[in-house]
Design a binder for this molecule. Structure first.
Ligand code: 13P
Ligand code: SF4
Length: 304
């Protein structure tokens, strides 16, 4: 089938089977275009928690689909590319976190949503890049541990002057950014704003005109007066940015900002998922219940 025919089939199957297609901003443009909702991790969790659709097809990576399943246990959640993981989420295991908690029972655990259900289940609350400020605010006088992203953790710790240890995990894509790369691009485009995701190292964040999660970065491009932007996050985001601000010049800091796992989903895998009901996400009941407690608290605190 050519692209047009696959798109038509996806739309037909989606209606016939009462399916909601969710896609993250890092997905390829063709997948973003067939999705019912495109968003950041937070928005996609919210959509998953409130949809009436029988099935969710999650175009993203495993922890995102798993989060959708935890929030909507009665729904079928399908991940089109079953091997689409998040290397950052794999940087901590539930066993290692349990061992830490035994040694430090006084520290509350703040868990980035880029983590497995088993790690969420051992945490006090979850956060995403768009709500960590609001959520952490409620814990700012406590002793804390942030897992698994050392970069976002250090950024939050400095911003709120927290007593917070950080797990040594990272996103291999954002963590590779350097201040030298920013300087080089700024020299070529001195009038451009440099904007970056908080998963980047602090030395890179310190060079930024704006720091935010994917939704925040898109909003900044839409609303600020700058006409040019150097973007320090995964390059799939440029699709939405260019749609939202067609007259502005938007470039990625480096072509290496490419998340291979996010790119494992394409129209063929989405079509296959719908047609054959693959690959359903399952989460063990007790783990799901505990992880939901940490996610529900995040949803409640970020709405307050
Ligand atoms: P957002 O929550 O900002 O969408 O980011 C998810 C992610 O995986 C960033 O690398
Ligand atoms: Fe995980 Fe990094 Fe890919 Fe985001 S960009 S899904 S943190 S590997």
């Amino acid at each position: 089938m050519d692209e047009h025919a696959i798109k038509k089939e996806i739309i037909r199957l989606k209606k016939e089977q009462d399916v909601l297609i969710l896609a993250h901003y890092y997905q390829i443009p063709a997948v973003q275009e067939i999705a019912d909702v495109v968003g950041d991790s937070y928005k996609l969790s919210l959509e998953a928690s409130k949809t009436d659709a029988k099935t969710i097809v999650f175009c993203g990576v495993h922890f995102m689909a798993e989060t959708a399943k935890i929030l909507s246990p009665e729904k079928t959640v399908l991940l089109p590319a079953i091997d689409a993981g998040c290397p950052m989420a794999d940087k901590i295991t539930a066993e290692a976190l349990a061992a830490y908690k035994q040694k430090h029972p006084d520290r509350k655990v703040i868990c980035y949503v880029n983590s497995t259900a088993a790690v969420k289940a051992l945490s006090d609350v979850c956060v995403t890049s768009s709500n960590f400020e609001r959520v952490i605010e409620h814990f700012k006088d406590e002793k804390l541990l942030y897992v698994p992203d050392k970069n976002l953790g250090k950024y939050a710790r400095r911003k709120f002057d927290l007593d917070m240890e950080v797990w040594p995990g990272f996103c291999c894509i954002h963590n590779d950014l350097t201040p030298a790369l920013v300087d080089e691009m700024k020299q070529k485009h001195p009038e451009a704003a440099f904007i970056v995701h908080p998963e980047a190292p602090l030395a890179v964040i310190d060079k930024a005109d704006y720091v935010g999660g994917t939704k925040g970065l898109i909003n900044f491009v839409k609303t600020s007066d700058y006409q040019r932007y150097i973007v320090g996050t995964e390059k799939g985001i440029l699709h939405e940015m260019r749609k939202t601000a067609p007259d502005k010049k938007i470039m990625v800091l480096t072509e290496d900002l490419h998340c291979w796992d996010m790119k494992k989903t394409d129209l063929n895998t989405v079509y296959h998922a719908l047609k054959n009901q693959v690959h359903p996400i399952t989460v063990e009941e007790k783990t799901a219940k505990e992880a939901k407690r940490a996610l529900d608290l995040m949803l409640a605190l970020s709405a307050s």
